[in-house]
Write a protein that binds this ligand. Structure first.
Ligand code: NAD
Length: 269
């Protein structure tokens, strides 16, 4: 028996879907039956490869280049999605990056770039999606909700991170952004949920897993003793977007192998 909940007939947009977690999410949504817009910033070949993987498996997808921190580009992306798929049912705000620096050396450009892409990008995409969800309302044959917004946060929405204040501030910001719009949009039958991944094996954190020494050090932070994979997050997103999760809104689900359990206290508290 296939236990994947059906998203058949639904249309999804995943930002930053040419790589890592976003790619894993796009594949999982397509496998559950959704049509998927593969947003990417620069790497057209990687975005096309994601589309090809979906269509080869019998799914439907197209790639669209847009910088999520640019209002006009985001609006053009939603316009093209509505042109091709008619509407949107699921938005996954996944695009994000790091520009690491010691606090006292951090440039304004490093700060602004991370806040603009990681946080303002979620604002711009969520606003376009919410406008369409409210305009269209619930379509019961597809879902009990008028729309679902899933915000990729991080364990760093609660774990402080020296040397990465721009990134941690962006993820802390996502937490209150997600909760505030969840409160505002719930009467419209729109669900908004955050995901707080721990260490997931992707290009963003390659230095933390690409040698045995680095991986051993990383695993000391993960009680469950394995690094996560993009497909772990993909399965969670497919479930959160489905009606099986219809009563979940305004909270962050941490998927981190126990990274938020203060592992340093395991034998020393
Ligand atoms: P990744 O580097 O593989 O992917 C990042 C994606 O963001 C890419 O697809 C890239 O195209 C996209 N992107 C970057 N700037 C963009 C822009 N201006 N406009 C549109 N897209 C843009 O990294 P990942 O690990 O897959 O990260 C995905 C998300 O997951 C990020 O928000 C990241 O903060 C979060 N996250 C990752 C981990 C982890 O351990 N990998 C842990 C917690 C949270």
């Amino acid at each position: 028996m296939n236990s994947t909940p059906s998203l058949s007939g639904q249309s999804a947009l995943v930002t930053g879907a040419d790589s890592g977690i976003g790619k894993g999410v796009a594949l999982a949504l397509a496998q559950a039956g959704a049509r998927v817009v593969i947003n990417y910033a620069h790497n057209k070949d990687a975005a096309d490869a994601t589309v090809n993987e979906i269509t080869a498996a019998g799914g439907e997808a197209f790639a669209f280049q847009a910088d999520v921190s640019h209002e006009a580009e985001v609006q053009a992306m939603f316009a093209e999605m509505f042109n091709q798929y008619g509407t949107i049912d699921i938005l996954v705000n996944n695009a994000g990056l790091q520009k690491d620096s010691k606090f006292v050396d951090m440039t304004l450009d490093q700060w602004n770039t991370v806040i603009n892409i990681n946080l303002t990008g979620q604002f711009l995409c969520s606003r376009e999606a919410a406008r369409e969800f409210i305009r269209r309302g619930v379509v019961e044959v597809r879902s009990r909700a008028a729309g679902k917004i899933i915000c990729m946060s991080s364990v760093h929405e609660v774990i402080p991170w020296a040397g990465h204040v721009n990134y941690a501030a962006s993820k802390g910001g996502i937490s209150m952004f997600m909760k505030s719009i969840a409160q505002e949009l719930a009467p419209h039958k729109i669900r908004v949920v955050g995901i707080g991944p721990g260490a997931i094996q992707t290009p963003i954190n390659k230095a933390a897993w690409d040698t045995p020494e680095a991986l051993d050090k990383l695993l000391t932070l993960i009680p469950y003793n394995r690094i996560g994979k993009p497909e772990d997050i993909g399965k969670l997103v497919a479930w959160l977007a489905s009606d099986d999760a219809d009563y979940i809104t305004g909270t962050t689900i941490f998927m981190d192998g126990g990274m938020t359990l203060y592992p340093g206290f395991a034998d020393n508290g």
